[in-house]
Ligand binder design. Structure first.
Ligand code: B12
Length: 143
C-alpha cells in the first residue's frame, strides 16, 4: 500500500514537473518570439505598381530589421542599402529598382495613418522604429 502511494506521488510529481517545464518553455519562447505586425507597401509611381507585404518588427526594433526578416521569408521582396557614415543605411534599391542620382530618383520612406494623413520619415530605415500595425510605404519617386 505504502509502495503504491509512493509510486503514485512520484508519478504525479513527474507529470506536473514535465507539464510545468513545458508551460514555462512555452511562456518564455512566446515572450521572446513576440513581434509586432506591420504592413510594408512598395510603391512605384512611374510603373503604377503597388505591392503590400505583411511583416513584423521586434518590439522597439528598427524598420531595417523588419525588411531583413521579410527578405528572408518572401523571395518576391529584396532590397539593397549603402552605408552612410553619418546617417546609417541609405535604401538604394527595392525589388531590383534602384534610385539614380542622374535622373533624380530615390526610394522615399513614408508612413500612412488610418485617418488618411501621411508623413515622410525624418530618419532612414536603420533608425526608423515602426509602431505596431503601422503602414509604411517605400515610395519610388523623384526629388
Ligand atoms: C539632399 C538630401 C537628400 C537627397 C540626396 C540625394 C542627392 N543626390 O542629393 C534625397 C532626396 C535622395 C534624400 C533622401 C532622404 N533623406 Co535626405 N537629405 C538631404 C540633405 C538636404 C542634404 C544632403 C547633402 O547633400 N549633403 C551634402 C553632401 C556633400 O554630403 P554627403 O554626405 O555626400 O550627402 C549625402 C548623404 O546626406 C545622403 N543622404 C541624404 N539623405 C539621407 C538619408 C539617409 C537616412 C542616409 C543614410 C543618407 C542620406 O545623400 C547625400 C548625397 O549622396 C540632408 C540635410 C542636410 N542639410 O544635410 C537630408 C538628410 C540627410 N536626409 C534625411 C532623411 C531622413 C532622408 C530620407 C530618409 C527621407 C525619407 N523619409 O525618405 C531619404 C532617404 C531614404 C533612403 N532611400 O534611404 C535626414 C537624415 C536624418 C537621419 N538621422 O537619418 C536629413 C539630415 C534631413 C533631416 N530630416 O534632417 N535626402
Amino acid at each position: 500500500m505504502a509502495a503504491t502511494t509512493l509510486l503514485s506521488t512520484v508519478l504525479v510529481l513527474l507529470v506536473t514537473g514535465t507539464l510545468c517545464n513545458r508551460v514555462l518553455v512555452l511562456l518564455v519562447t512566446g515572450t521572446l518570439c513576440n513581434r509586432d505586425p506591420i504592413m510594408l507597401t512598395v510603391a512605384n509611381g512611374f510603373r503604377h505598381t503597388n505591392h503590400t507585404y505583411s511583416t513584423s518588427v521586434a518590439p522597439g526594433g528598427v524598420l531595417l530589421g523588419a525588411m531583413k526578416q521579410l527578405q528572408k521569408d518572401d523571395s518576391s521582396f529584396n532590397f539593397t542599402t549603402k552605408e552612410n557614415p553619418d546617417y546609417g543605411p541609405f535604401l538604394v534599391s527595392v525589388n531590383g529598382v534602384a534610385g539614380k542620382k542622374g535622373d533624380g530618383t530615390y526610394w522615399q520612406l513614408r508612413v500612412d495613418y488610418v485617418n488618411g494623413s501621411s508623413t515622410v520619415a525624418q530618419v532612414g530605415v536603420g533608425c526608423y522604429i515602426p509602431k505596431p500595425n503601422e503602414h509604411i510605404f517605400l515610395n519610388f519617386t523623384t526629388y
